[in-house]
Design a protein around this ligand. Structure first.
Ligand code: ZN
Length: 339
């Protein structure tokens, strides 16, 4: 059973979830359906037709192809994670004021991003991208309304080197009763910047980036795709809305369509520049009940995993980026421009 433990020195919460070690691994078992010609659908719990192999869906997004869509007609399916890091009910933990523990309550869900056994986001259609981001928004809205939830995140691991255990294309939602350290730092920084300057740090960053253009990959009326000035990873990209929007759950329909298009462009561009490379997506969105929400803006991080995380990064929590964000943005821009 999972529990939260507070680091007594740093004050950061860690999820201790030993049950997750038992989850199945496609990649480790060397299943490679595309190349060995076996039918992946016999084995894969995420494929259409194998719904009984998973818990019941908490949300299905219909494909919209049939006028009266049945539950069998799904384009995206959201299910509780069978091996959750946090769950709706957790055992009470023993009380200790020094070594603090808490029950690991929350939500851990899997967003199955295609009914067929596609293994990469880049294979999916424009419509499918819209279905996926709609599922993200709708589940975030539901989960955020739970008063016990302090923080929500959507993330994706694509490729085993990025942490994916099952190859069928999917993302995950993790909602916790604490705010993780990286998000707390972003909230505190946004608040401090406002107190110092009277303006929103996200607006100020976008203004500078759009004036300089050196790190902009692509932009439209609503969103900007860029390589952040102080990117931690080689080739890291970020999608930021131009409008001050703290939480992704309040994204409107036209923004959703537009965001899906830009995300598809970013993923396609990434795969052409770095073929076969694993990557992570992380959707950072304002904690639902934090008083500093107004100084925050949701953003999506696209993090290539071109090199491993080494000793300095593990030891220090600081990062060495082996390429400049200007050079990365230039590579992506050239790819988008080329016919
Ligand atoms: Zn599958």
């Amino acid at each position: 059973m999972a529990e939260l433990r507070k680091d007594p020195i740093l004050g950061e919460w860690i999820i201790v979830a030993p049950d997750r070690a038992a989850r199945p691994f496609d990649h480790e078992q060397g299943r490679d359906h595309e190349h060995d010609g076996t039918a992946a659908t016999d084995l894969c719990p995420f494929c259409k037709g194998n719904e009984t192999a998973t818990p019941d869906a908490v949300l299905t997004i219909p494909s919209g192809n049939s006028p009266d869509s049945s539950p069998d007609d799904w384009a995206v399916r959201v299910i509780p994670n069978r091996y959750p890091a946090v769950s709706a009910s957790a055992e009470e933990t023993s009380r200790d004021e020094f070594f603090e523990r808490m029950p690991a309550t929350g939500y851990h869900e899997v967003i199955v991003e295609s009914p067929s056994h596609d293994v990469s986001l880049q294979c999916l259609s424009d419509d499918q991208f819209v279905h996926i981001v709609r599922a993200w928004r709708d589940r975030l809205a539901v989960v955020s309304s739970d008063e016990s939830i302090a923080h929500t995140m959507i993330f994706k691991n694509e490729g085993s080197a990025a942490g994916a255990s099952l190859e069928h294309v999917h993302s995950q939602l993790l909602a916790t009763t604490f705010v993780p350290a990286a998000i707390e730092s972003e909230l505190a920084a946004g608040h401090a910047h406002f107190q110092r300057t009277g303006s929103n740090v996200w607006s100020d960053v976008l203004d500078r980036e759009l004036a300089e253009r050196a790190r902009i990959v692509s932009s439209d009326d609503q969103f900007v795709l860029l390589c952040p000035f102080a990117s931690r990873f080689s080739g890291q990209m970020q999608i930021v809305p131009r409008r001050p929007m703290p939480g992704f759950e309040s994204t409107c329909e036209t923004e959703l369509q537009d965001f899906a298009g830009l995300l598809k462009q970013a993923v396609g561009c990434f795969h052409r520049v770095f073929p076969e490379a694993p990557f992570n997506l992380g959707l950072h969105t304002a904690p639902p009940r934090d008083s500093r929400r107004d100084f925050y803006r949701w953003h999506l991080m696209i993090t290539p995993r071109l090199t491993g995380i080494a000793g300095f990064e593990i030891g220090s929590g600081s990062w060495i980026n082996v390429s400049t964000p200007e050079e990365s943005a230039n590579q992506y821009r050239n790819d988008i421009k080329s016919p």
